[in-house]
Design a protein around this ligand. Structure first.
Ligand code: HEM
Ligand code: SF4
Length: 562
């Protein structure tokens, strides 16, 4: 394959004229619909399905626009467009979500067509970011860069994006449908917490094969997905997924929103029966219509710009010397970088979780800084992670120190990735109309409490996930420590779960006891972490200690009176 960095944006799929025409037609159509709403020709009820098709929600205080970032890949130009939107149409910031999207919280209805037009200028949109359809396909944030990667999952994520976008049969599924794909043996996409989770690797003759997990999810009924099919050949990927979604579309419950997800169907039928139905559907299909021939896949792959990875032989030595000379830099390299497949490069995780900050919130100026740094250091390529951080995929090791200094200057150098400050939080009662409690202040207080980088490193790997209600947008079930907002007679309370994990050691956290009042929650978690520091043995991380000892030892700490 030729290196095509000269003509194509690195990392993301290059749209062609057909894609662009489609997007501008959708913007024009929506402009018309908004005009009719403003003129009063459409009621809010009539308008609702139309706006949701363009990712426009009505929240507690304002409209909220959810912008799709396909499998988390962005170009610097696209990030600048997001910055422009934040500055011009919002309150100077945006919010990265756990589904690799961006949300704008303070949008005016009359501005949305212009916003969508600005997005379309840079090949972006908000289509299928809402509604009962197949949503943004999520992907490993280190795709195409990670040292441990077996197969670049973006190519198949893009194929699935094309298959699912405006799929005529799947526009009105029983409920929203989420697909995640990983090409590494380390699950970095929470594959088993998705409606469909795909884990790809090379099979016979190097052609990809897929393990297909189905029926995972969070929400009020958290369920770990089951392996429906292993070693699915690449050529059958689309046909098999289509068969799964058809079965779900036919049998999924439409009478009860709370029982509508595929996870409930798989549980109700039993995985064996579900598999039989999928296999029967698969057998009936004309598979030739869906077959992913190698040349189709190669055609998609060819539209992804590839970085020209070229580093001086001593790049790693330069980095090592820089680390020795500067302990703060050394710490950040330890916590915020990820091994790259090229020995002269590394992937950098930019923490969008400053001490005391709001997880995932990024200002327009910071977006511009990130775009500039991506241009200068990472081929103009940016990724958004499901942990609500940002990744520069390919940074030359000898240029890392300068990058770090720039990040620190922009307030983006917090060394906390994977540590207690790297909190996932949903918008909660500050914005969300479904919330029971405010997630953001708890996240801020915890992150301020554990601001010391020395303390964070001493505590080690620890994921705190916070949701403002049972819908679990903040993945609380999958946190080592999960925090769930509950409403008790109009007061905000928080329930703690322990032992959840979204990785290869996937687990659903267990509730440890009664919910705590807001003003006691942070102290209780601090006591819990103190207890772990006392109880752990050499080399243990929080999750290991919890699994070794069980909940009891921690329960005492949580409910001990201060
Ligand atoms: C503010 C507007 C939002 C609304 C109205 C909303 C609504 C919901 C609802 C109703 C569910 C439960 C779905 C179900 O299990 O059937 C849900 C789940 C979820 N939401 Fe949100 N959400 C919002 C914002 C967010 C944000 C900001 C994020 C990311 C930070 C997010 C990510 C998720 C995830 C990951 C799930 C779990 C999905 C699963 O069970 O597979 N949502 N949301
Ligand atoms: S978990 Fe609840 S409060 Fe938080 S964003 Fe989702 S629906 Fe809103």
């Amino acid at each position: 394959m030729s290196t095509n960095t000269a003509t194509l944006p690195v990392g993301r799929y290059a749209y062609d004229q057909i894609d662009r025409t489609f997007l501008s037609q959708r913007v024009a159509q929506f402009r018309e619909q908004v005009n009719r709403r403003i003129a009063g020709h459409l009621t809010e009820d009539e308008f609702k399905p139309l706006r949701l098709m363009n990712g426009l929600y009505l929240q507690l205080h304002a409209y909220m626009l959810r912008v799709a970032i396909p499998y988390g890949m962005l170009g610097a130009d696209q990030m600048r467009a997001l910055a422009h939107i934040a500055r011009t149409y919002d309150r100077d910031y945006g919010h990265f979500t756990t589904r690799q999207n961006m949300q704008f919280n303070w949008i005016r209805l009359e501005d949305t067509p212009d916003i969508l037009e600005r997005l379309a200028d840079v090949d972006m949109h908000a289509i299928q970011t809402s509604g009962n359809c197949i949503r943004n396909v999520t992907c490993d944030e280190f795709a195409g860069a990670a040292a441990d990667e077996l197969l670049d999952p973006r190519i198949h994520a893009e194929i699935l994006r094309q298959w699912s976008t405006l799929h005529p049969e799947f526009a009105f599924l029983p409920r929203k449908f989420k697909i995640a794909i990983s090409g590494s043996p380390q699950d970095r996409v929470a594959a088993r917490f998705h409606d469909i989770g795909l884990v790809a690797r090379p099979g016979p003759q190097g052609r990809p094969v897929f393990d297909v997990f189905v029926g995972g999810g969070l929400g009020r009924t958290p369920i770990i997905g089951v392996l429906l099919r292993d070693n699915l050949p690449e050529e059958d990927l689309v046909a098999y997924l289509e068969a799964i979604v058809r079965v779900y579309n036919a049998y999924g419950r439409r009478d009860n929103m709370y029982k509508a997800r595929i996870k409930i169907l798989v549980q109700a039928l039993g995985v064996e029966t579900f598999r039989e139905k999928v296999d029967a559907e698969f057998a009936l299909m004309n598979r030739a219509d869906y077959r992913l021939e190698p040349d189709i896949v190669a055609g998609i792959r060819a539209r992804f710009g590839i970085p020209a990875l070229d580093a001086p032989a001593d790049a790693a030595d330069t980095l090592a010397a820089g680390r020795k000379a500067d302990p703060a830099f050394d710490r950040w390299v330890r916590t915020n970088t990820h091994p790259h497949r090229h020995p002269g490069f590394t992937s950098v995780v930019i923490s969008i979780k400053p001490d005391g900050g709001i997880p995932g919130d990024v200002t327009a100026d910071q977006m511009d800084v990130i775009a500039d740094l991506a241009d200068g250091w990472s081929f103009g390529e940016i990724r958004v992670t499901h942990m609500q951080n940002v990744v520069l995929g390919h940074v030359r090791k000898d240029r890392l120190h300068e990058l770090w200094r720039r990040l620190v200057a922009a307030g983006l150098g917090t060394p906390n990735i994977g540590l207690v400050g790297d909190i996932i939080a949903c918008p909660g009662l500050d914005y969300c109309s479904l919330a029971n409690a405010r997630s953001i202040p708890i996240a801020q207080k915890l992150s301020a409490r554990f601001a010391s980088p020395e303390l964070q490193e001493r505590i080690g790997r620890l994921h705190i996930n916070i949701s403002g209600c049972i819908n679990a947008c903040g993945h609380h079930h999958a946190g080592h420590i999960g925090i769930l907002g509950v409403d008790k007679r109009g007061e905000e309370f928080f329930q703690l779960t322990l032992g959840g994990s979204a990785g290869n050691d996937v687990a659903i956290g267990q509730i440890i006891g009664p919910a705590l009042p807001e003003d006691e929650t942070v102290d209780a978690i601090a006591r819990l972490i103190d207890a772990y520091l006392v109880l752990r043995t050499e080399g243990e991380q929080f999750i290991d200690t919890y699994r070794r000892l069980g909940a009891a030892s921690f329960k005492d700490a949580v409910y001990a009176s201060a």
